[in-house]
Design a protein around this ligand. Structure first.
Ligand code: TRP
Length: 445
């Protein structure tokens, strides 16, 4: 049977941008920008995306498309009889670990979207917003039900396959997402006090740059671009042979960055207009923004738009994570896609329920000193991703033969391969050092 694939350039692009654009862009990026010197941080972030990350995206695509296989099998094909396929396994574990907390936040988002549709935020009882949030996340049943619903939507899409599932729904959701973000940006820019927020975002303060800021920028670039665990290897395995991988990687990186900056412009002016500290973290989205929506004209409409944006962004990221696991299990054990997705969804939902409960009744249960929710977060973002990313660049830069990499990069010699030498140099020397530094910083902290 022929393996499913994306239909063409645009199809791949909406899916990879969908994977990249997620909660990482919508609250983490603006918040990090705030803490780390505004425009100066953005410039460093851009440099990392362009110089370090783009070649890594290309690397993942090369591994995937060369082999047309899931991330574990891809390594087995390229490096038979070696332990390299462990990198693929670690990627699958990382996907499950991310899913175990990300889907809980997806559930919260669903809950808040429905609340805003039901006009909850139009009656400004401001003091209760924080209480509402705490009550929601700590309650034992409600967030789990929303997480189950959220998983159901994702499971449905992944069950439909690549072209008829992931690509089809990304084609609808990504343009909607873009239009809604632009609407939110316009609303935010027309608030009184928007100027201050923009200055905060775009007035560079180079004195704030230090190693911590630089590392934060690199870490964020990795997370935001879905790098380091085989997500883009898996999607790469569905890219048609004639597509230009460099062009795809650059478009993905640029689109993801554009979304992050638009999210900053949408959120910061509003935050400043209402005199709120930009360093609120997760609460920024669920506590602070509803407060703002309650006070602005057409606020409720924009509340609905905002939570719809979050939900869509979360869905298109979660399906990419589920696909990593689904492709592996269904190909490894020859199980039908639909059944695999069902198994994976149940497993993820069980893990997610524990992370959800760890916000409330299971608060006292600690894994390595962290709540279950924080443990999954820490394990994936701070340990598995950098390890995986490091392994991938070493694999491409030092293990695989240069001719093989070049051959796939240029579509079997049909493309000129203009930037090949620059990319290869980065993958061989610069990227491994950069990742190693971030990794060491994260674990030693
Ligand atoms: N990039 C997504 C975000 O910004 C999250 C994500 C999806 C991810 N797939 C990933 C992160 C793979 C790391 C690895 O929210």
């Amino acid at each position: 049977m022929k393996r499913d694939e994306f239909s063409g350039f645009f199809g791949v692009l909406v899916a990879t941008v969908g994977s990249a654009v997620g909660l990482g862009n919508l609250w983490r990026f603006p918040y990090l920008v705030g803490q780390n010197g505004g425009a100066a941080f953005i410039l460093i972030y851009l440099a990392f995306v362009l110089i370090v990350c783009m070649p890594i995206i290309v690397s993942e695509f090369i591994i995937g498309r060369r082999t047309n296989a899931n991330t574990v099998k891809a390594f087995q094909i390229l490096a038979p009889g070696t332990p390299w396929s462990i990198v693929g396994i670690v990627g699958v574990v990382a996907a499950l670990a991310i899913l175990a907390f990300y889907t809980v936040v997806g559930g919260w988002t669903f809950d808040y979207l429905v609340r805003s549709v039901m006009y909850v935020f139009s009656k400004p009882d401001l003091s209760s917003l924080e209480q509402q949030f705490t009550q929601m996340v700590t309650s034992p049943v409600r967030p789990i039900l929303w997480t189950i619903l959220f998983m159901g939507v994702n499971a449905f899409i992944v069950m439909c396959g690549i072209k008829k599932g992931i690509e089809k729904y990304s084609r609808i959701m990504m343009p909607v997402l873009f239009v809604m973000v632009v609407m939110l940006v316009i609303r935010s820019l027309t608030l009184e006090g928007a100027r201050e927020g923009l200055e905060f975002l775009f007035r560079p303060d180079f004195s704030k740059i230090n190693t911590k800021v630089v590392l934060a920028a690199l870490g964020q670039a990795f997370f935001s671009l879905s790098l380091g665990m085989g997500c883009l290897i898996t999607y790469g395995s569905y890219i048609p042979k004639q597509e230009n991988l460099t062009k795809l990687a650059f478009s993905t990186g640029i689109a993801d960055t554009l979304f992050a900056i638009l999210a900053g412009i949408a959120i910061m002016p509003a935050v400043f207009a209402f005199g709120i500290s930009p360093e609120e973290g997760p609460g920024l989205v669920f506590i602070v923004l509803p407060r703002i929506f309650a006070q602005i004209p057409l606020g409720n409409v924009f509340a609905v738009i905002f939570f719809a944006i979050l939900l869509i962004a979360a869905i298109t990221s979660v399906i990419s994570l589920m696909e990593v696991v689904t492709a592996y299990i269904s190909e490894r054990f020859t199980i039908k896609r639909k059944i695999t997705v069902a198994i994976v969804s149940v497993f993820v939902t069980v893990c997610a329920s524990f992370s959800s409960l760890s916000q409330g009744v299971l608060q006292e249960v600690k894994v390595f000193g962290k709540t279950i929710f924080d443990f999954f977060d820490h394990l994936s973002a701070n340990i598995l991703l950098p390890l995986g990313g490091l392994s991938i660049v070493i694999f491409i830069g030092w293990y695989l033969k240069k001719e093989v990499v070049y051959d796939e990069y240029t579509n079997q010699g049909t493309l000129k391969g203009t930037l090949f030498n620059a990319c290869y140099f980065i993958i061989r020397y610069i990227a491994p050092v950069a990742i190693a530094v971030v990794f060491l910083d994260l674990i030693l902290r």
